[in-house]
Design a binder for this molecule. Sequence first.
Ligand code: TMP
Length: 208
Amino acid sequence: MKQQGLFITFEGTDGSGKTTQIRLLQEWLQQRGYRCVLSREPGGTVISEKIREIILDKSHREMDARAEALLYAAARAQHVAQVIRPALEGGSMVICDRFTDSSIAYQAYGRGLGEDVAAINEFATGGLKPDVTFFLRLSPEMGQRRIEGRQQDRIEMEKMEFHRQVCLGYEELERREPKRIIGIEASDSIEAISAVIRQRMEELLSCR
Ligand code: TMP
């Protein structure tokens, strides 16, 4: 039977530099002969990208927090069924910009929805969990500074208190799952961050 691919996710607040590290990891894996599928959440399929537009639309100020959590979960369910599971089963490495941890940080902590968020995501993903998650840690103040001047979406435009709660959510996740979630200071240099990621990937690939 074909060996399953690894499911690798990146997490962190906006402005933490995930995109650069995702690109570097993709290059590194491809140079070693691994097939890679790159994706993002919310998004990654036609349906999920449409849901993304609804969620992030700045004019949707009236969006209820539960509706928001369910829309993220719906986009994720489609993404898992259509892209992530088939790619992993086909032996590809899947690198995804955000996954369920984002919903725990932003909806469970940021919006204060609590434990229900984990439950709806368990349903949405059929229990799929990343093999490894790289969490780029950045203070909310620094995060806001880094995205100043950029076009901001509905979530990014939230108050500083919301972003503080999101950071607390990520810290709690890191404490709960230290084996899966590798926290790295986002203020470190690009090379230093990338070295930590490669080292963890070497370990994971060597024990397959
Ligand atoms: P992006 O800017 O990383 O593409 O993500 C879009 C926004 O959606 C970002 O501000 C984080 C937020 N988000 C959630 O609130 N919950 C989620 O489950 C995901 C995937 C993203």
